[in-house]
Design a protein around this ligand. Structure first.
Ligand SMILES: NC(=O)c1ccc[n+]([C@@H]2O[C@H](COP(=O)([O-])OP(=O)(O)OC[C@H]3O[C@@H](n4cnc5c(N)ncnc54)[C@H](O)[C@@H]3O)[C@@H](O)[C@H]2O)c1
Length: 359
């Protein structure tokens, strides 16, 4: 049997469960080492996945020094550690799958991409929505020219009461609020679907009006592992961001993302408008076009809504296939850099009140 790829996971909190689950079901991989500055979390995951105590670390540099045989890593830390952990791994000769957002800002992302180019290793970004069943169907229609020229798109990821707390609300560790955490998913998905056009400018606004609302009872979308006391924790990120992004192919994308907003219910909506047809992913896919001279709406016989069942496995399997030379990476570092440039421009526009050009 061929040698298995030895994987180390850096950051053993919530999302690492999705990476580890995927690796554990991939026969080409051995879950080999765990690292977390919170050692107890690394130990817990190590026990669960059969990693011996001598391969558990609370410092990535010590891990790379002790285990040169590690082939590849997943970086699942807070956003502020993505760049340092990714660059350390690449410099140690490892391939990297880094969670979204790629980094705190475009400068860090550029440094990560440069480290990947220097090392000759793969740097894949965890844009998991690119691997969704819904994305596959829409991309199939787009690639076959069904929509004609796509000139406008809308992307909304709105939570009514979904500030996860903990590091998510702490700008020094997250880099920002719902724009960098949620907006990144849907901006990237639209950009991927329409063929990765180059952004040229952004005009945005952010608001911090509601905070993490410790006094409000009600459904929470996702609670961070380190959100213990909502009365005490830092919350200095925006709770709503809206923006208009302009691309070099003439398309504009309107984006809205919130952790907290006084709306009826949470929204996850993508709309694409072309000169031949339009689409709405909300959550099932609907197409809008003309049939035989009549305005017509098209629904699908099979389920088209995003299924989370196996979603991360698809991402992990794609990463492993790339490492084995069986696939070309569909979420490369350059797309992560482009996304960070868009996010930087939106935050800068929100701060200045002006449109910001993206170089
Ligand atoms: N793709 C998705 O849909 C999705 C969903 C949730 C989170 N995420 C991303 O995953 C990342 C982690 O989020 P989470 O919800 O798992 O957070 P978490 O707080 O549950 O886990 C993060 C872990 O990283 C550890 N850590 C921080 N700095 C470290 C360092 N320098 N070295 C080693 N470990 C370090 C923390 O101790 C913590 O255990 C974030 O970048 C987040 O944006 C992605």
């Amino acid at each position: 049997m061929d040698k298995k790829i030895k994987i180390a996971v850096i950051g053993c909190g919530g999302i690492s469960n999705c990476h580890l689950g995927g690796y554990s079901r991939n026969p080409s991989v051995e879950i080999y080492a765990m690292c977390d500055i919170n050692r107890a979390r690394a130990e817990e995951k190590a026990a669960k996945y059969g990693v011996p105590p001598e391969r558990v670390f609370d410092d990535k540099d010590k891990m790379f020094a002790a285990l040169p045989e590690v082939d590849a890593v997943s970086v699942c830390t807070w956003n502020n550690a993505h760049a340092e952990c990714t660059i350390a791994a690449l410099n140690a000769g490892k391939d990297v799958l880094c969670e979204k957002p790629m980094a705190m800002n475009a400068a860090e992302a550029e440094a990560m991409k440069a480290a990947a180019e220097k090392s000759g290793r793969l740097l894949m970004i965890g844009f998991v929505r690119r691997h969704g069943n819904d994305a596959k169907v829409v991309k199939d229609f787009i690639d076959n020219g069904y929509f004609g020229s796509i000139y406008y798109a809308k992307a909304q990821y709105l939570r009514r009461n979904g500030n996860p707390g903990g590091w998510f609300g702490d700008k020094s560790r997250s880099g920002g609020g719902p724009l960098i955490d949620l907006g990144v998913h849907v901006i990237d998905l639209v950009r991927y679907l329409v063929g990765n056009p180059k952004p040229v400018s952004a005009y945005g606004a952010t608001y911090r009006k509601l905070g993490n609302r410790p006094d409000v009872k009600g459904s929470m979308a996702y609670v961070s592992a380190d959100a213990k006391d909502k009365d005490q924790e830092v919350c200095d990120v925006e709770d709503l961001a809206s923006a208009l992004i302009r691309f070099d192919n003439g398309m504009t994308l309107s984006v809205e993302a919130s952790f907290s907003l006084n709306l009826k219910s949470d929204v996850g909506n993508i709309e694409i408008f072309g000169d031949k047809a339009g689409a709405k992913m909300d959550p099932e896919l609907h197409l809008f076009t003309n049939l035989n001279g009549y305005m017509a709406n098209v629904d699908f016989a099979d389920r088209t809504s995003l299924s989370f069942d196996g979603l991360f496995d698809k991402e992990i399997n794609h990463y492993v296939d790339c490492l084995l030379g069986k696939a070309q990476c569909i979420a490369p570092a350059e797309d992560g850099v482009t996304l960070m440039k868009i996010l930087d421009a939106i935050y800068k526009s929100a701060a200045t009140g002006h449109e910001v050009l993206i170089g």
